[in-house]
Ligand binder design. Structure first.
Ligand SMILES: [Ca+2]
Ligand SMILES: [Ca+2]
Length: 323
């Protein structure tokens, strides 16, 4: 808020007097691998009686962001955005129109950044309320719930950041398939390479400040933002023309079941403000969750050691026979 906000206050000193509109935004992220946590952002009732209006929260036992009736555990909205153990943060925007009686609240999850708001993801009538503060909440177990870049303003533009330059192209460079055994000890895969191009940015020699990459693997029938995917940070490897190349290994814990998994790269370029992000698959991208193509992911086969040995012996026998 800049000036004149006193005019927005109710007689009891809360936001907002009827007839005003308040915008609010923040980044939410949950790195916890545990289900027994909760957290998010709550609005504190202006009369001091706890939370009111709505909460954006992650509830105990669920890996999604919710909008909740404060203090009741009753979900008003249940979003499709998984957040656990993922590098992705969720960008949340709320518009609160304070009206006589109930308020009209509109919500966006990961909206595209633009000069004007896109249509909201949800619009709700919320019981008459005003608030005096916000409560960054997290608790139970070992909560790793992050709130960042909290903004309050009078317009969409004042609470939405400027996006970083977009990712022009990115991929999973090599290899298209991997075989790892994790019996007796965690399995270490071959190096996995990925390349990315951001116009006028990655062409500078060496690593790009603010550019990060991860390699993830998970069930081939799940999108890469599902909590069943595991992510490993990748390191800058080498400059390849105008592209930055990253690389890293997977370490496959012994507990990971034998089977076939998908893998891909995820890139995030953060300047001052909103990061630009994208998934890298075999045929290049960037891909979003909406355009992610399972057929273009890498194929990771986790095999029990005896099978790997048997496969190698079979290959050797075939090779000997061909000689
Ligand atoms: Ca009202
Ligand atoms: Ca570079």
């Amino acid at each position: 808020m800049t000036s004149g906000f006193e005019e927005l206050l109710t007689p009891s000193g809360g936001f907002c007097r009827d007839g005003n509109t308040l915008w609010l935004s923040l980044l939410l992220k949950d790195d916890s691998t545990r289900a027994d946590t909760y957290g998010g952002l709550w609005l504190n009732n202006a009369d001091g009686s706890g939370q009111i209006g709505w909460d954006i929260t992650r509830n105990w036992g669920a890996f999604h962001w919710y909008i909740e009736t404060p203090g009741t555990g009753t979900n008003i909205l249940h979003t499709a955005f998984y957040t656990t153990n993922q590098p992705q943060a969720t960008f949340f925007v709320a518009k609160m129109e304070f009206l006589p009686g109930n308020e009209l609240c509109s919500f966006w999850f990961n909206p595209p950044l633009s000069n004007d708001p896109p249509p909201p993801d949800y619009v709700l009538s919320v019981s008459n309320f005003s608030f005096k503060g916000v409560h960054v909440a997290g608790g139970y177990g070992h909560a790793n719930i992050y709130d960042d870049e909290f903004r309050v303003g009078a317009t969409w533009k004042s609470v939405t950041p400027v996006a970083a330059p977009p990712i022009g192209w990115c991929n999973l460079q090599w290899p298209p398939a991997l075989l790892v055994s994790n019996v007796g000890a965690p399995g270490v895969s071959d190096k996995i390479y990925g390349q990315i191009w951001i116009d006028g940015v990655t062409s500078n020699t060496g690593p790009t400040p603010g550019l990060k990459a991860w390699v993830g693997y998970g069930p081939s029938n799940a999108l890469p933002n599902a909590p069943s995917w595991s992510w490993t940070p990748a390191d800058f490897n080498v400059q390849v023309g105008n592209n930055d190349e990253f690389h890293t290994n997977f370490v496959i814990a012994q507990a990971v079941a034998a089977g076939v998994y998908a893998y891909c790269y995820y890139y995030e370029y953060q300047t001052n403000d909103m990061p630009s992000t994208g998934y890298g698959q075999k045929d290049g991208g960037p891909r979003t969750l909406a355009t992610y193509n399972p057929a273009q992911s890498g194929l990771l086969t986790v095999v029990p050691e005896p099978a790997l040995l048997a496969g190698l012996l079979a290959g050797l026998a075939l090779w000997l026979r061909k000689r």
